[in-house]
Ligand binder design. Sequence first.
Ligand SMILES: [Zn+2]
Ligand SMILES: [Zn+2]
Length: 275
Amino acid sequence: MQTILELLASFWQIWSPNLFLDVGRYVVAAGGLALILKLFWNFGLRRRKIQARWATTADIRREILASLRTGVIFSLNGAAIVYGAIHGVFTIYMDFDKAGIGYLAVSLAGIIVAHDAYFYWTHRLMHQPRLYPYFHRTHHRSVTPTPFAAYAFDIPEAMLMATFTPLWLWFVPMHALGLFLFMAFMIVRNVMGHAGVELMPRSLADSRWFGWINATTHHDLHHATFHHNYGLYFTWWDRMMGTEHPAYREKLRGTPAHDAAGSVVSVARPAAATS
Ligand SMILES: [Zn+2]
Ligand SMILES: [Zn+2]
């Protein structure tokens, strides 16, 4: 009995910081962005709303509940990673002198680029009709996403998303700060993609140098139209695979035509998305 209690206590010791970090970063990022949208709504954000439609209170409640469940799943994954690191399966180091700042920067850039690729391809997989009802339906119940939709996943989708980090760590040693910055980058870009308001400069639409960065309109169009824009941080996979929404650039420019496209796309939903 004592042993079981000791095991539970040691599990809680490892799990609780992960629970705090994973649920906490969602609450801070989604709640923080929602607050910013509210505060600056009348200072220019109103004109940058992407869809004519509004999310309902029931939508937001559903997004929050599903996201908190995902936060718990991510924290269990985090505890497994800590156990793995303790037992030498993964290398997560704390000493800056061990590999230098240069390695930290390169491994951080690497994990972001790899995560974007992982997200694109697993996302396309989850859109396969056989997998969609079990993996991805909950996320697409948000036709007009809000920042709270960031983690609104079915349990299998949350597990698939969580798998990326241990998979990466299996091959690549990471500084703890690099991992933390990756987690922070991931949630910030995630809530931005679900803001419902364009937060990026409209000039990204035609930028030769920065057009590879996803604007909010990119992922918003994915929720509105279902069949395009599968990427998370960057546009290159969608461009390479021909899955970028044909109206994306025009809609991001905010030209008058985008309003017409916006109202069309927000209702043009395939049966698979709503069933
Ligand atoms: Zn999707
Ligand atoms: Zn989404």
